[in-house]
Design a protein around this ligand. Structure first.
Ligand SMILES: [Fe+2]
Ligand SMILES: [Fe+2]
Length: 322
């Protein structure tokens, strides 16, 4: 399988599980293509053509033409220069590794991270928060993320990959969409008497079991084991990065009782407690691993040569179906 085939398949999977829905994504891409055709001058020079077909600004090939073979891959939640060197070292020792699949965005995928955040508007709409409210609240937070990432040293990993001749691709929201769907289906759609029962259900999932045994289990950060859950949603699994803290009040008004999250800031926990929303913080690395695993399982169905070297927080668990 070539790198661009791998990535196109990944994008298709991301769309299938996206809270925005396939139809609205197609509409968005069509509008973008029309806009692209009309651009002139500087606007045309700086336009990112990827936007006309790929609805995930935080997912892209960060090194390579796309024509490279991409079957034997190093997979990590974060792959930075140390892991690139590790990959190169393993190659030196005779291991055949074609390239790297990275979860957390690097390079241009990181530069454009805030542009995926409107996914959160659709995500919140699915739990009953009006789109105008979510959009209004999200606006400032997107500006903050944009300004803070803008000052980062964005292209160091991309450069390391270039120098070491390592084709590399970032798949962030694509796999986060998949784990969001998985948690919604396997955890949220069931009935529980209390948060303790939800914790137990999460701790049956192999990725969480492995992390739990290493001292990094799912934990309750707002509420207690005997608290009643109310309506349960996995709203903090996809959407680029944490939304604004004001989302908790909006969610409480919409009737949300308990939230599953990958990570929550102290400010978020404080705000959730204020509005009596419970939060179960599932292990971040286990959650990201689960999403990446679901994507790799689908890719394996079309590429039996797929071979994975897990690094940097990623643990490989294979599933036939879910
Ligand atoms: Fe993630
Ligand atoms: Fe993550």
């Amino acid at each position: 399988m070539k790198l661009n085939q791998f990535f196109k398949k990944a994008v298709d999977l991301g769309v299938t599980y996206d809270p925005r829905g396939k139809k609205s994504i197609e509409k968005m891409l069509k509008k973008e293509t029309e806009k692209m055709k009309k651009l002139e001058g500087k606007e045309k020079d700086f336009y990112d053509e990827e936007r006309a077909w790929n609805p995930f600004p935080d997912c892209r090939i960060i090194n390579g033409t796309g024509e490279e073979e991409f079957n034997r891959i190093m997979v990590g939640i974060d792959i930075e220069t140390p892991e690139m060197l590790l990959l190169d070292r393993l190659r030196e020792r005779g291991e055949k590794i074609d390239g790297a699949l990275i979860h957390h965005p690097e390079g241009r995928a990181l530069a454009d991270l805030e542009k995926i955040m409107p996914v959160q508007v659709d995500l919140l709409a699915s739990v009953g928060v009006p789109v105008n409210v979510a959009e209004g609240l999200l606006h400032d937070r997107m500006g903050k993320i944009w300004r803070s990432i803008h000052a980062d040293n964005l292209f160091r990993v991309e450069r390391a990959a270039e120098l070491l001749d390592i084709p590399a691709v970032c798949c962030h929201t694509i796999t986060d969409n998949m784990v969001w769907k998985f948690m919604s289906k396997h955890i949220c759609e069931h009935e529980y008497d209390n948060l303790g029962e939800i914790l137990n259900a999460i701790m049956e999932i192999p990725e969480y079991v492995q992390y739990g045994k290493k001292g990094n289990p799912a934990i309750i950060v707002s509420g207690g084991k005997s608290s009643r859950p109310g309506k349960l949603y996995a709203t903090e699994f996809t959407g680029g990065t944490n939304g604004p803290e004001q989302f908790f009040e909006a969610k409480a008004r919409a009737g949300v009782g308990t939230i599953l999250s990958m990570h929550a800031t102290e400010k978020a926990v404080e705000e959730a407690k204020k509005h009596h929303i419970h939060i179960i913080q599932c292990s971040h690395m286990a959650s990201d691993s689960l999403g990446v695993n679901l994507m790799l399982d689908e890719i394996k169905k079309v590429n039996s040569k797929l071979h994975v070297v897990p690094v940097s927080g990623f643990i490989r668990v294979e599933r036939k179906k879910w």
